[in-house]
Design a protein around this ligand. Structure first.
Ligand code: HEC
Ligand code: HEC
Length: 275
C-alpha cells in the first residue's frame, strides 16, 4: 500500500486515499469483503431482509407516532420500519431511508396505486413475501371501509366518513370518499383532513398481520377473483395461456366495473388469430 512520504502530513489527501484504495484492490485485499474495505455491511439481497422471530404487534406498530413521516407511502413504510428498528436494533433497517417510499405518496405522479399499499408492498418485497400474500393485501384494500375508527384517539376528527373503493387506485379511493364527503358531510368550514392519515395505519396493521402469519406459520396468502369477475378471469386468463384474442395477461380487479359484455359473450368458441 502506498505510504505518505515522511515530509507530508500523515492524513492522506483525497488523491492519496484513492491511490491507496486502488493499490489495496490490486493486492487482493478486496477478498476481505466490502465491510473490511468500506467499513460497513453490504445490504442483504432483496427478498432476504430480516423480520423479528416474535413478529411485530400489528396495532402497536400501526398506532405509533408518525412524527417526521409525511405522506401515505412514507407513513405506512415508516411505521413498519420503525417497529423493525425497535425490535432489531443495529439491523439493516436502521440504514434504510424512510423517504425512499415518498415516490408512492398520493399514488405517485399519476394517482395510481394508493401509497398506503406501496409502502408495505415495498417492505414485503425486501422481505421476500409470496405474491399471493401481496395480492391478498391488495384485495383486502379494495373491500375495506376506510378509514377505521381505531385511530380516532390520535386525531381531532373522530368518526371519519367511511367508503369502499373497490379499487387499489389512489384516484378512486380518494375521489369516492371526497365525492360522498363533500355532498353529504362537509359543513363548509371544518374539513376532515384525517382520512388519508388514518388509512395508512389501517394498511400498516393489516400488512404486519399478514407478514406475521407468513413468517410464523408459512401462510402464503390467498387470492381468488372477485365473485363478479371469477368466470371472466378464469376464461380470459386461459385465453392468454392459449395466445388467443381476449387474452388477459394482467389485471385482477372486478371486470364488470369497467366492461359491460353481451350475454352471449364467451359462449361461442374463440376464433384464432387472423391469418
Ligand atoms: C379499471 C377498468 C378495467 C377493469 C377493472 C378491467 N378492464 Fe379490461 N380493459 C379496460 C380498458 C380501458 C381496456 C381498453 C379499452 C377496451 O378495449 O375496452 C380494456 C381492455 C380489455 C380487453 C381487450 C379488448 C380487446 O381489444 O380485445 C380484454 C379482453 C379485457 N379488458 C378483459 C378484462 C377482464 C377479463 C377483466 C377482469 C379480470 C378486466 N378487463 C378488467 C378497463 C378495465
Ligand atoms: C368462456 C370464456 C369467456 C368468458 C366466461 C368471458 N369471456 Fe370475454 N371474451 C372471450 C373471448 C374468446 C373473447 C375474444 C373474442 C374475439 O375477439 O375473438 C372475449 C372478449 C372480451 C372482451 C373484448 C371484446 C369485447 O367484447 O369488448 C372483453 C372486454 C371481455 N371479453 C370481457 C369479459 C368479461 C368482463 C367477462 C365476465 C363478465 C367475460 N369477458 C367473460 C371469452 C370469455
Amino acid at each position: 500500500m502506498k505510504q505518505p512520504s515522511s515530509d507530508r502530513p500523515s492524513v492522506m489527501d483525497r488523491r492519496g486515499f484513492i491511490l491507496g484504495g486502488a493499490a489495496a484492490a490490486a493486492a487482493g485485499l478486496t477478498a476481505l469483503g466490502p465491510k473490511a474495505v468500506f467499513g460497513r455491511d453490504p445490504l442483504p439481497a432483496v427478498g432476504t431482509w430480516p423480520w423479528p422471530a416474535k413478529g411485530l404487534d400489528p396495532a402497536a406498530t400501526a398506532g405509533a407516532s408518525t412524527e417526521g413521516l409525511s405522506g401515505c407511502a412514507v407513513v405506512s413504510f415508516g411505521l413498519i420500519v420503525g417497529g423493525l428498528r425497535d425490535a432489531l436494533p443495529g439491523s439493516v433497517w436502521s440504514s434504510v431511508p424512510l423517504q425512499m417510499a415518498s415516490f408512492g405518496n398520493g399514488g405517485g405522479p399519476y394517482g395510481s396505486d394508493c401509497g398506503a399499499l406501496i409502502g408495505p408492498l415495498m417492505l414485503m418485497n425486501l422481505l421476500g413475501a409470496p405474491l399471493t400474500l401481496r395480492q391478498e393485501f391488495y384485495k383486502w384494500y379494495c373491500g375495506f371501509p376506510f378509514p377505521s375508527a381505531e385511530w380516532d384517539g390520535l386525531y381531532a376528527f373522530k368518526g371519519t366518513l367511511q367508503t369502499v373503493s373497490n379499487s387499489p387506485l389512489c384516484h378512486e379511493s380518494r375521489a369516492i370518499w371526497d365525492g360522498l364527503y363533500f355532498r353529504e358531510v362537509y359543513d363548509g368550514t371544518n374539513y376532515d383532513n384525517t382520512r388519508c392519515a388514518k388509512l395508512p395505519r389501517d394498511c400498516t396493521k393489516k400488512a404486519v398481520d399478514l407478514i406475521n402469519s407468513w413468517k410464523a406459520d408459512g401462510y402464503a396468502g390467498a387470492w381468488t377473483p372477485d365473485y363478479n369477475a371469477a368466470a371472466c378471469y378464469d376464461c380470459h386468463t386461459q385465453l392468454a395461456k392459449d395466445k388467443l384474442p381476449g387474452a388477459l395477461h394482467a389485471g385482477k380487479e372486478d371486470c364488470t366495473r369497467c366492461h359491460k359484455v353481451v350475454t352471449s359473450h364467451g359462449k361461442s368458441s374463440p376464433k384464432g388469430p387472423k391469418k
